[in-house]
Design a protein around this ligand. Structure first.
Ligand SMILES: [Zn+2]
Ligand SMILES: [Zn+2]
Length: 333
């Protein structure tokens, strides 16, 4: 059901694991913004903190939608939403690192309204046009699942000295699985994955990974991509990384992490790097990754539902029942 012209349906994350679907004013685009009719928004584990603590703005940050602005060059086109607002003119933006703009640090779905709603407004320079062969169900994967994962690997490659590295991916949630698929595409050979959830581990195995126990210290690695955010996993990564190896931290954890600066930490000349999201310029490469492995990426989208079901489906997602469920507005027009 479509709302009337001035109102829309939106999710209100009230905290204490409560989500209400409410009527909200349909947003009006400011200058240099466009109105987007949301097609689909993927659920993300990083939203758990809003689910528990409440959200000041409409949540949802893995968004694809149709531009709803007659006269705009992209009117009616499907676009993915690049969530970091960015000025395009500071030294960091000019270097291409649009995800780390020095002037603006606002993220769509966090510091302004996101995609768990029928409409949102998006800064013009945050629109990423989605090619026509990619539908609205797969389009959100181009962001966190493929974009964040592939960027972590691209950054790691800048620091790696071994050209055929041994690789461990810690955590096989959407980002870990994304790292696994991107690592195959980027030519890495055998890839080990550690993941406590047996269904996720099984999917990683079907995607060609060699599954290792989560606390295993049997093997050492040139490259470790830490996607769980778990402090024990990060400590283990420091232990397992080979001299001159690389650890990439992609997982998130709001609690302070204390590093034990013992001889293991001191004596390896290793690189530990932290990556965030991806530069806008990598979007075309992310599209290419999706096209090259479409069937396996499609398997990550294991549930699709309407906004009215978000409260229940979000709880299912939080209990680990699905990998990349998608809130979908397709079919409601
Ligand atoms: Zn996300
Ligand atoms: Zn900037």
């Amino acid at each position: 059901m479509r709302s009337n012209e001035s109102m829309m349906q939106a999710a209100d994350f009230r905290g204490n694991e409560e989500i209400h679907v409410v009527a909200a004013p349909r947003p009006e685009p400011a200058a240099n913004e466009v109105l987007l009719r949301v097609a689909s928004t993927a659920l993300c584990g990083s939203d758990f903190k809003l689910w528990r603590g409440g959200a000041e703005f409409i949540a949802g940050h893995e968004i694809a939608g149709w531009v709803e602005q007659p006269g705009h060059r992209l009117h009616g086109k499907l676009c993915a939403v690049y969530i970091p607002e960015h000025c395009g003119s500071c030294a960091t933006c000019l270097q291409g690192m649009t995800q780390s703009c020095l002037t603006v640090s606002s993220l769509i779905g966090w510091n302004r309204h996101g995609g768990y709603a029928e409409f949102l407004t998006v800064p013009e320079n945050c629109l990423l046009e989605v090619p026509e062969d990619i539908d609205e169900t797969l389009a959100p994967l181009l962001l966190d699942t493929i974009g964040t994962s592939a960027h972590a690997l691209r950054e790691a490659a800048r620091h790696l000295r071994n050209s055929s590295p041994t690789v461990l991916v810690m955590g096989a949630g959407p980002v870990g699985l994304g790292v696994l698929l991107a690592a195959h595409a980027l030519g890495y050979g055998s890839i080990d994955v550690s993941e406590p959830n047996t269904e996720r581990a099984e999917l990683a195995r079907e995607f060609g990974a060699n599954i290792v126990p989560t606390a295993s210290t049997e093997k050492r690695y040139d490259l470790i991509v830490e996607c769980s955010g778990n402090h024990a996993a990060r400590d283990l990564a420091i232990h397992l990384v080979l001299p001159a190896g690389v650890i990439v931290l992609v997982g998130e954890n709001a609690k302070p992490w204390v590093i034990n600066e013992d001889k293991v930490f001191r004596r390896k000349d290793f690189t530990m790097t932290r990556t965030f999201y991806f530069p806008k310029s990598e979007f075309a490469e992310n599209v290419a990754l999706l096209r090259a492995d479409r069937a396996r990426y499609a398997r990550l989208v294991d549930d699709r539902f309407a906004l009215a079901d978000l409260p229940r489906k979000f709880a299912d997602f939080a209990s680990g029942k699905s990998i990349k469920p998608i809130l979908s507005f397709a079919g409601e027009q």
